[in-house]
Design a protein around this ligand. Sequence first.
Ligand code: GDP
Ligand code: IMO
Ligand code: MG
Length: 476
Amino acid sequence: MNKNKNLKVTPLIGLQWGDEGKGKGVARIASSLSKNDLVTRFQGGNNAGHTIFHKGKSYVFQLIPSGVFGKVKIHLGAGMVINPYAFLKETERIPEEISFLSRLSVSPHAVLVMPTHLFLDSISEKSKGKKKIGSTGKGISPSYTDLVMRRALRIGDISQRDFKNRYKILRDEHKKILKNIFQYKVSDKELRESERNFWQGIKFIRSLIIKNSAELVAETLAKNGKVIAEGAQGTLHDIRFGNYPFVTSSHTFAGGVATGLGIPPALIGGSIGILKAYSTRVGEGPFPTELGGEKSAVWCRDKKVIDEKEKFPHPQIGSMLNSKDEFIQGVALRKAGSEIGAVTGRLRRTGWLDIPLVKFAMKINNTTELVLTKLDVFNNFKKIKVCTHYIIDGKATTKIPFDLSREKIKCIYKSFPIWKGKLSDYHGKPTRLNSRSGELPKEAINYIKYLEKTLGAKIIYVCTGPEEHECIERYW
Ligand code: GDP
Ligand code: IMO
Ligand code: MG
């Protein structure tokens, strides 16, 4: 992070369709921060799945900010939707030796995800048939809907005397919608268990520090502390500027930091963009550079990890990575990058990096620095591609059209040769978190320099593996 950003909030945002490696990026940056600094989420809920490899073990955080293993303060911000039981369970997975409760706080403005929100999410998704969004089914959209309808229950309501009563009124309203609109009757048994969990989660939240996001940010900045606003999902999932309607229900880009924490836009500095060396997308929606196009989209919608394992056993991967059949190459990229949904276990669709979309994302986020992740996944490829332009109405452009659907767009690609062997053969295994000793093959440096020049931002870290230490600080 630039030193001159000290008095501003730094958004850390995924520049694609989520799963870019935000968890790893935040954990890496937070490891050098102190107890006066803050990592806060500002939107989304447990639809997110941020993976961190800590001391040889993999953790997936959905609500808790990815600074949890450091010394920093961590906060669940006002713009979030919080499932109390999921929150409780997530804290129970944190190893005992990590003391975090005194560093953790929650905004009173964040919305509660109720058990009936989960029913509403899955039933309304089912009712869409082929037009489904591919929601994670975590109740995100119905929770934000209640916020917009001005009837949501929020964390601050928990301590009010009429909370239980308000809960029952809203729950019964949801049941009516389920019955009358979707012809779905929630069975008492089904609801009883999830409500028991919900109240257990509420009890847990009552024991936590409830703190206004804006005040916490102001206090931190006043003491010269750094503030990282950890985005969830990707910029292209933004409710307004993403590929609507195949989006989530919050503002995922840096614009959401002001409304999600209640701070003046002037307090927001340049953002750090997390950029995966290729593209993935889970769920439905346009994906111009998808390897295998429609065939891949259908395969990932209909098949499970086990189906793919049976049809394409791992030993075939070397030849598959360089297959002339793009669908096969996409399968191999998915295997090489372990591109399986961290929350839902779905197959992530795979494709090449899309420069026009990334440029758009960087523009609306004011991205000044980049973290490039998963470069090691290109090991064993002979060459990879990048979409540099679209051809729309016969002309090459980097402008993003309103309609991104496959029939409307053709991509122009540039190829890059790939190194021989593995990236780790060149830099060894860095053992220190701050390792600057790495070497990268010239092909990797060419790719990195091309991205920096084309995107107009400096890559501050290059990540070369899932583990905490597998990140090389830019040194050349
Ligand atoms: P997030 O939602 O943006 O935090 O990303 P996810 O955790 O959903 O997905 C990223 C996946 O890639 C996780 O399994 C990470 O452990 C893994 N990962 C992150 N960085 C790297 C990297 O540089 N190389 C490899 N091979 N895996 C990585
Ligand atoms: P992280 O933070 C990737 C996708 C879903 C679906 C759409 C809407 O781990 O990057 P929702 O449940 O929000 O109503 O689903 O958004 N989606 C994600 N895709 N990474 C995520 O989070 C996502 N969160 C939601 O697959 O297409
Ligand atoms: Mg994820």
